[in-house]
Design a protein around this ligand. Structure first.
Ligand SMILES: Cc1cc2nc3c(=O)[nH]c(=O)nc-3n(C[C@H](O)[C@H](O)[C@H](O)COP(=O)(O)O)c2cc1C
Ligand SMILES: [Fe+2]
Ligand SMILES: [Fe+2]
Length: 409
């Protein structure tokens, strides 16, 4: 047996030319990859030339090219469809374009400003495609779908009509290497499929639903994704998992949730939290709760944040800063959709009081709507100050419920 890597025909005239990275243990800084990963790429033979779908990380390009060469000559490649420009998929693109001189690159219009910056090349010939555009080449038809933010702005999917194959980009991916390649042949990879969704797709739930609505128009026999097992045994199962995870559950029968998170050493900030909560709770059309962040796990923070339309955060100033449990809350939001959420901040302080502004600024940076001036109280709140906190809660509740206010920047 020789060791020269070859393309694998996964369906008639559709070949896998991806590569494996079995020893990878961390991907993109934030993701653990216990089973390594793969960078999937494909090539389709039509009666009028070949179409390459995505490439691989640059360091693996030799293997990718060897596999590609086992299927066709570079001169026979007519199109290169790039579903996503992240370097794990565009790494071999500059070299591929040099070799495949007759090929035109197809990508999203949103990829336009990225192309040069990511490939450092101004000479790559490309055309843009979006929903309802199609490519007819010989006996094959590709229908394109704009699926922005899954998980970069320029991501697209494509559907190969004659073979009922969805090329989904990173959607339905998992960081899970197994040389057996197909979902029905590898071990149980559900953990990796869910973990990938939670870290990559979760911040874009509404975009996931939009994409699923586009995919629903087509019968899908096989999902050719960009990482992990190719899905062919029961694609609907995976589509339904994405739908379930991305759908907003109406657990509270239309009531919006306001959550107040705080930390406190001498109870001052907690007393403020309590008064604010009473103000919010006056509005019985909302559901409001208070949480002491020093004893809340990150997974629970995420669940509560996700369900909350309003988030109010309280902290004392400690050594000119905000204590760690608050930063934990503010940093875990990276994997959440912030669209449509309101934020506010408050806290007690001794002399300089930086914490409250820091929290407020962070909420604004995260694109929360932050309509109220933060509430800052020096040391022990007086009865009058607690009354102000109560009013602050009432006003925040009104805003969450639709009262218009002028936002300050
Ligand atoms: C270790 C420590 C450091 C502090 N550093 C600051 C500070 O840098 N600036 C400030 O305004 N207050 C500072 N304070 C004062 C607290 O913010 C103040 O006592 C506040 O009322 C505490 O609120 P709490 O009861 O909710 O914890 C500090 C307090 C402690 C215990
Ligand atoms: Fe990606
Ligand atoms: Fe990727």
């Amino acid at each position: 047996m020789n060791n020269i890597p070859k393309a694998i025909e996964i369906k008639k005239d559709i070949y896998y030319i991806g590569v494996s990275d079995p020893d990878l243990r961390v991907f993109d800084i934030i993701m653990k990859t216990a089973n390594g990963t793969t960078y999937n790429a494909y090539v389709v033979r039509s009666s009028d030339g070949f179409i390459v779908l995505d490439t691989v990380k640059e360091e693996f390009e030799d293997e990718f090219f060897t596999k590609l060469e086992s299927v066709c000559d570079y001169s026979e490649i007519k199109y290169i469809i790039m579903h996503h420009l992240e370097p794990d998929h565009s790494g071999a693109l500059p070299e591929l374009v040099k070799r495949a001189k007759n090929a035109k690159v197809l990508l999203s219009p949103m990829a336009n400003p990225m192309m040069k910056a990511i490939t450092n090349s101004e000479t790559i010939p490309f055309e843009t495609v979006w929903t309802n555009k199609e490519l007819k080449i010989g006996n094959k038809t590709f229908k394109f779908m704009s699926t922005p933010h899954l998980h970069w702005p320029e991501t697209i999917s494509s559907y190969l009509v004659e073979d009922e194959v969805l090329f989904s980009g990173d959607v339905f991916g998992s960081h899970y290497y197994d040389k057996r390649l197909f979902d029905d042949m590898v071990g149980d990879f559900d953990y990796a499929f869910k973990y990938y969704y939670e870290h990559i797709m979760r911040p874009f739930k509404s975009d996931v639903i939009n994409a699923l609505n586009l995919y629903d128009k087509y019968p899908i026999d096989t999902i050719c994704n960009l990482h992990g097992p190719i899905i062919r045994s029961n694609p609907q199962r995976y589509i339904e998992l994405y739908r379930r995870w991305s759908s907003k559950e109406d657990r509270y029968h239309g009531k919006k949730v306001v959550s107040i998170f705080y930390v406190t050493s001498y109870k001052n900030t907690k007393d403020m939290a309590q008064a604010i909560w009473e103000g919010v709770d006056k509005d019985k059309t909302l559901l409001s709760n208070m949480y002491d962040l020093t004893a809340l796990d990150e997974q629970n923070m995420l669940t509560i944040l996700e369900e909350s339309t309003g988030i109010i955060i309280g902290s004392p100033t400690i050594n000119g800063d905000v204590p760690k449990p608050i930063w934990d809350l503010l940093s875990c939001m990276m994997v959440l959709e912030k669209k449509g959420k309101f934020g506010a901040s408050f806290g007690s302080y001794g002399w300089s009081g930086e914490a409250v502004e820091m929290m407020n600024q962070r909420l604004k940076t995260l694109k929360f709507r932050v309509p109220l001036q933060p509430k800052k109280i020096k040391l022990v709140p007086t009865v009058e100050e607690l009354r102000e906190c109560y009013e602050f809660g009432i006003e925040f509740a009104q805003i969450v419920n639709g009262k218009m206010v002028e936002m300050t920047l």
